[in-house]
Design a protein around this ligand. Structure first.
Ligand code: ADA
Length: 577
């Protein structure tokens, strides 16, 4: 998988991106016809990509097959680890005609191990982007449901005792100058006999573990190293994002990652990063571009970050699904705080599904995969449980508790929340560390200029009362979505004309100032950074089938609001110094 640094110096890595064979299967006959043995009459495509970005396939939803041929040149019999970064949405994978694994859910990676002899091999992926009752997300979303292999595919040669995963768990001591730390490693013995190896783990220049491990034939196991205390550490913070390289090594394999030590907590309406109160100045961002879909190029990620930093933001909400690892690497390096969530986009989820065992299991599993894969990233300070579900229902609270209990126990030092559009009757907020509100006064309920704006002031007071009546007044509140659409290039002399750049700018100015000056609010995530292509189902107010609420357009050209946000966030950042 592509990162901003090399994950291996010892392990041999094969990049399986690039040219693949590709074939649509609109009648779903591929399995019966044995396409997993290899594709005939197939076209060439480049992976990663989304098929909807190929000519003529914009609206294709269903099954497609991919094949990659590769060569093993090394030993006679090689242990292999395959990793697929994101397949939309249900994937099955065959190696030389033999089914290896299946995986439900896009936006998190999945992997499997296998053995292969020296010579030529074929990897076949069947990707199914269609929807049914248990789809996660449901069909009705406010983003476009692309299909395909949207992130990197990698193959690794494994030898002897290999390291599949390494979580660095830590607790900062009260003085924030030392840390108690240990590693949790997932090991795999690729040999068909019992074996042992030295194992070491280093953080920066300090060896935190050095010992021997033994595993039975083909055994997989998780080991925890003893806790050690590191003194004189440098903290990871927004102005000084100090990262330590973590190297785990056996005699035949290695895994390199990074960690940053920081503390995030809430206290009396405040969010404290390393003990210092912070105001979250953010945008919501989809990792989507109309020309690339979810196969978002790293160069563009860098461009988005440059723009977001130029607007003086210190945080991004990865709405509405886990983003690419390489993007989160960039956030770690730049000291930008991140909110990561699963694609439980509520408007599409009927409340009857909250108790459906398949939906509960899929949601929980998505949280587990997100936590496992993103655990070491210091930039992630928030786990988002779900967005805009019918959180007034008691069954929603039960589902939220299931997610919350898992994230609290296993999610590391992070704040937990959900984004609510039911602020006045939400029964799930008891599980939130920070309360996050999505409201669109002035857009969906536009009813004349001063009146619309008055609705915001009323909300601020109603919310204060509601939180007090439920005993939640000490929780910091974030406005996690608000905004207005603007068609880039459409201008008006009248500040009341919706869809104009001026209307969007003025609504954002009004709301940002109001929230910034409200005592119990500690942050804002504007909806949204850039315009996105949206699904054809979402025809309400979706001119051009785009959600046009970006403060830059889909090609990243600034609208008038961009400069206002830059001015205001710059002012707030200075006030907070
Ligand atoms: C919701 C939702 C977003 C987007 C937004 C809008 O709050 O969470 O994904 O759809 O509304 O533009 O209406």
């Amino acid at each position: 998988m592509k990162r901003t640094f090399e994950e291996h110096k010892i392990r041999r890595v094969h990049d399986l991106n690039g040219a693949w064979k590709f074939k649509l299967d609109p009648d779903n006959v591929g399995k019966d016809e044995g396409w997993f043995y290899g594709l005939s009459d197939a076209e060439d495509v480049i992976v990663p990509s989304c098929w909807n970005n190929e000519l003529g396939l914009l609206n294709y939803e269903g099954v497609a097959w991919y094949e990659k041929k590769f060569e093993i040149t090394g030993d006679d019999y090689t242990g292999l680890l395959f990793e697929l970064g994101c397949v939309m949405t249900y994937a099955e994978v065959w190696l030389d005609g033999k089914l290896q694994c299946e995986h439900y859910g896009a936006f998190t990676a999945f992997s499997f191990t296998a053995y292969a002899e020296k010579g030529a091999h074929s990897l076949v992926v069947r990707a199914d982007s269609s929807f049914d009752k248990h789809s996660f997300p449901q069909r009705y979303t406010d983003w476009f449901n692309y299909g395909g292999i949207a992130r990197d595919v990698s193959m690794y040669e494994l030898k002897g005792i290999s390291i599949l995963d390494n979580h660095i768990a830590y607790t900062l001591c009260d003085d924030l100058k030392s840390v108690k730390v240990h590693a949790e490693l997932e090991l795999f013995n690729t040999l068909d006999k019992e074996s042992s190896s030295p194992l070491s783990v280093r953080i920066g220049d300090t060896e935190i573990f050095c010992g021997n491990v033994s595993l039975g034939a083909s055994e997989r196991k998780i080991i925890s190293t003893p806790e050690v205390e590191l003194d004189g550490i440098e903290l990871w913070d927004t102005d000084s994002p100090k990262l330590y390289t973590v190297v785990a090594e056996t005699d035949s394999d290695d895994l390199i990652d990074r960690v940053g030590f920081r503390k995030i907590e809430v206290k009396d309406n405040n969010i404290l990063l390393n003990g210092r109160s912070i105001e979250l100045l953010g945008v919501n961002r989809h990792e989507e571009h109309h020309e690339w879909g979810f196969a978002f190029p790293p160069k563009l990620m860098k461009r988005d970050l440059d723009l977001i930093l130029d607007m003086n933001c210190n945080t991004i909400r990865g709405s509405h699904y886990p983003n690419s690892k390489i993007f989160v690497d960039m956030l770690d390096e730049k000291g930008i705080l991140f909110w990561s969530e699963i694609p439980m986009w509520g408007c599409g989820f009927a409340w009857e599904l909250f108790t459906d065992p398949i939906i509960v299991e899929r949601g929980l599993n998505m949280h587990k995969e997100m936590v496992k894969q993103y655990y070491n990233h210091p930039s992630i300070i928030i786990w988002g449980m779900h967005n805009e579900i019918d959180s007034a229902k008691e069954t929603a609270a039960t589902l939220t508790k299931t997610f919350y209990d898992y994230l609290r126990e296993f999610g590391g030092n992070r704040l937990i929340t959900h984004a609510s559009n039911h602020p006045l009757d939400d029964v799930c907020m008891g599980y939130d560390d920070i309360i996050c509100i999505n409201i669109y006064h002035g857009w969906y309920d536009y009813n004349g200029y001063p009146k619309t704006m008055k609705a915001w002031e009323i909300l601020v007071e109603q919310l204060r009362e509601r939180l007090a009546s439920r005993g939640w007044s000490d929780k910091p509140v974030i406005m996690s979505e608000f905004g207005a659409a603007a068609l880039a290039g459409f201008h008006s002399h009248f500040d009341t004309v919706r869809w104009s750049e001026e209307y969007q700018r003025d609504l954002l100015e009004y709301t940002l100032e109001l929230f910034h000056n409200t005592d119990y609010m500690r942050g804002t995530y504007i909806w949204q950074f850039a315009n996105i292509r949206t699904s054809p189902e979402m025809n309400m107010n979706r001119v051009r089938y785009f959600n046009n609420k970006g403060i830059v357009d889909e090609n990243r050209n600034p609208k008038a609001a961009y400069f206002k946000v830059k001015e205001l966030y710059g002012k707030y950042a200075l006030e907070n110094k």
